[in-house]
Design a protein around this ligand. Sequence first.
Ligand code: PLP
Length: 408
Amino acid sequence: MSNTGWADKLNPTVRAVKPSGIRRFFDLATETKGIISLGVGEPDFVTPWHVREACIFSLEQGYTNYTPNSGLLPLRREIARYTADFLGLEYSPEAEVLVTVGVSEALDLALRAVVAPGDEVLIPEPCYVSYLPCTALAGGVPVPVSTGIEKGFRVSAADLERAATPRTKALLLCYPNNPTGAIMPRAELQAIAEFCAAHDLVVIADEIYAQLTYEGEHVCFASFPGMRDRTILLQGFSKAFAMTGWRVGYALSNADFIGAMTKIHQYTMLCAPVTAQMAALEALKNGREEMSRMVREFSYRRRLVIKAFSEMGLPCFNPGGAFYAFPDITGTGLSSDDFTERLIREEKVAVVPGNAFGDCGEGFIRCSYAASVEELNEAFKRMRRFVEHYRSVNRSRKSERMRVGEPL
Ligand code: PLP
């Protein structure tokens, strides 16, 4: 952090927010030559050509102006059609759809629209890095709810019940999950829906990875009886359509929630970039086949990655969605931070320490498989060497401790 003597002028809430735990590793990774990065959460595919071409054509046609605050109406109509096809849910393009600058903005708007100072937000962990800071920046109190490998990183209604208080206002759900890849079976989501109804909670459902579900079908939280209007459903183009740099996402909910979010968006962002909206429209209209091709490729790589970790002897939870594996690295005797830092320095492979996603992520690493098969194979060759080395160091350390009678 810089220190120019002006920090005391800052809003104390902003000062208290910690910078993302991922950043340090990205900086290390970009400074290191010959690195293979399995750290970033973005597809290695370039946005399909027909989408890029639609954007270029829109510029040729002179689409360079502001759009309506909620987004281009043809795009909102296409989003509503796609949502009806994909999830079986109906939303009014005029009142219940808001186009945002990525899911990142949609998440911030949703929190700011519903959270009043001191309201508590239940957040199952490990979770995406922005959930806790954005809740705090909205004036809310993030309440992490730990999940663990023994429960397949799925939060249960009972876990949430234990964490709920009279101040609980909202629940933030993310399935398929970043960083674990966990998905939720229908029955468990049903129990959570009943919990939300009983406590009268608003649910922010970040389903940005919905299309990247490899085992069974994605179950949308808003599809449970009574949950459509209680839920702010977040979806986007970054992951499934390989459009991270375009910065387009959207939110779907009842007209009150969307109206309030639009009000904030109107004063802070005005609208999402028109060229990106034109590209997103093309992606929805004609990009579904290409998306399925990418999903098939991720599914193939997922099997490769699970097999590689199991051959390395690192227990790896079976991720049903997204494009991350979350193996247990405790057998190496290294902490998540040590493992990650040494792996970059010694073998030039970048992954993310599990504790960047919450304390219960300690002892794990997040490894993205949105990289080519060649890169994955090379990265696993290096990682295997690394793991074998540290496992044997750990074994000798343990037997030495046993020999001198120290606790293990
Ligand atoms: N939500 C989750 C769970 C993510 O993993 C990410 C990006 O990694 C985002 C939101 C942000 O997505 P966007 O690029 O649409 O802002």
